[in-house]
Ligand binder design. Structure first.
Ligand code: PMP
Length: 406
């Protein structure tokens, strides 16, 4: 723990040394978004954020605000209890039914956090005699679930189907049940899981499959229904589809889509559901309204895709390093080291573009980057200006390399 604190101090010191002047104390982390927006407005400059999950650009949609206001007036803010014993509200069931229908699953269950959803589901589904195989670039919430699970756990190389097959061939026969865990759209690299191949392997090795669709609902597929719509696969072939309400649904919370009996079991036995409060009704109402907006305004999904492809194409043309990103809502730009990443982020902010650095802790030490969350809200002009700002920053670096920092 102590070393974590000193690492945090080290990162902030480096950011300050990198010359951050726009942010308070030169610290690029925890900058209040509303303050940055207000300051840009006051100074009459442009302001574009690529730091937020609002993929379809609906966070200020009137229908979502209205739904939240009405729920607030009707039932108040909180659920006031575990849903099992007092916290159940009509809006929970209504929203879960609509969510399951949208995703194409038999049933859905919501929890108070996306992180908690992965943690509690993965850690409680399997026992000592079981096996869990997960992609090495899985989100921390998946890792936390794997870490507290009693099953044998083995990681496979990122998106490497040959390696997944190898691990299954070596390990599957020695265990009772097997769960394969992947994300659909990877949150730090912006590439997509090879679902058709994973489904084949899952069937061949009689395993279960959990797919974390945190970043792909509203993003993948023509109407934003996620990775199954993208590949033309049947969602019922995935045993557990996990999602979050904090991204496309612009609110907060997590959900599990699965067959009814599985979720009936979870309603009584999943610790993160049973021993935690139900989703606040205000949030459930807002997320429900967001779902309706996604269904009513599918053109937003197309606009997001156009924007993401434009960002990626322009970035590649500018010679920037985008790693394996495929042009779906998340595009990272890699820099050679932490200090250059910090300087690039600061340079963007000085030009009215907010995209914080992602350095060690969030990603491996040698792979710092700035992650751009693309939104349907962005204009081509904003995207082009952002890529141009990055290009000119990189060009200035090659002329005079970044000064060495302590
Ligand atoms: N899964 C993935 C892949 C994520 O990226 C995140 C958070 N960014 C979560 C789960 C957790 O979701 P939440 O922030 O809604 O708790």
């Amino acid at each position: 723990m102590a070393s974590d604190f000193s690492l945090a101090g080290h990162i902030v010191r480096r950011a300050r040394l990198a010359g951050s002047s726009v942010l308070e104390n030169g610290n690029p982390f925890f900058a209040p978004l509303d303050r940055l927006q207000a300051e840009a407005k006051r100074d009459g400059g442009p302001f574009t954020s690529f730091a937020n999950y609002d993929y379809l650009g609906i966070s200020d949609h009137a229908a979502i605000r209205d739904a939240a206001h009405q729920a607030l007036d009707r039932v108040g803010v909180g659920a006031l209890g575990s849903r099992l014993v007092g916290g159940e509200r009509l809006i929970h069931g209504t929203f879960e039914k609509a969510l399951a229908e949208f995703v194409g699953s038999e049933s859905a269950l919501t929890l108070v956090s996306g992180y908690l959803t992965n943690l509690t589901t993965i850690s409680h589904l399997l026992g000592k005699r079981d096996l869990i195989i997960y992609d090495e670039l899985s989100h921390n919430s998946i890792m936390a679930g794997v870490g507290s699970c009693k099953a044998t756990s083995v990681e496979f190389r990122h998106n490497d189907m040959e390696h997944l097959r190898h691990v299954l061939s070596e390990q599957r026969a020695n265990h009772r049940n097997c769960l394969i865990v992947v994300e659909s759209l990877y949150s730090m690299d912006g590439d997509i899981a090879n679902l058709p191949e994973i489904l084949k392997l899952k069937d061949e090795f009689q395993s279960w499959l959990l797919v974390d669709e945190a970043h792909s609902i509203g993003v993948l597929g023509k109407t934003g229904r996620g990775i199954c719509e993208h590949f033309g696969e049947d969602p019922s072939r995935i045993d557990l589809i996990i999602g979050t309400l904090s991204k496309t649904f612009v609110s907060c919370g997590g959900f599990i889509c699965a067959q009814k009996p599985v979720l009936e079991w979870m309603r009584f036995l999943l610790p993160g559901f049973v021993y935690s409060v139900g989703l606040p009704p205000v949030i459930a109402a807002a997320a429900g309204a967001a779902l309706q907006v996604i269904k009513d305004e599918p053109q937003r999904v197309g606009k997001l895709r156009d924007n993401a492809v434009r960002f990626l194409t322009k970035a590649k043309e500018a010679g920037l390093s985008t790693g394996p990103a495929e042009g779906y809502a998340i595009v990272p730009i890699h820099f050679p080291d932490m200090k250059t990443t910090m300087m690039a982020s600061d340079h963007l902010l000085k030009n009215g573009i907010y995209a914080p650095p992602i350095v060690q802790v969030g990603v491996p030490k040698g792979l710092p980057r700035i992650r751009f969350f693309i939104s349907a809200r962005h204009s081509f002009e904003e995207i082009d200006r952002t890529v141009e700002t990055l290009r000119s920053f990189s060009a200035s670096l090659s002329k005079s390399p970044a000064p060495e920092l302590a």
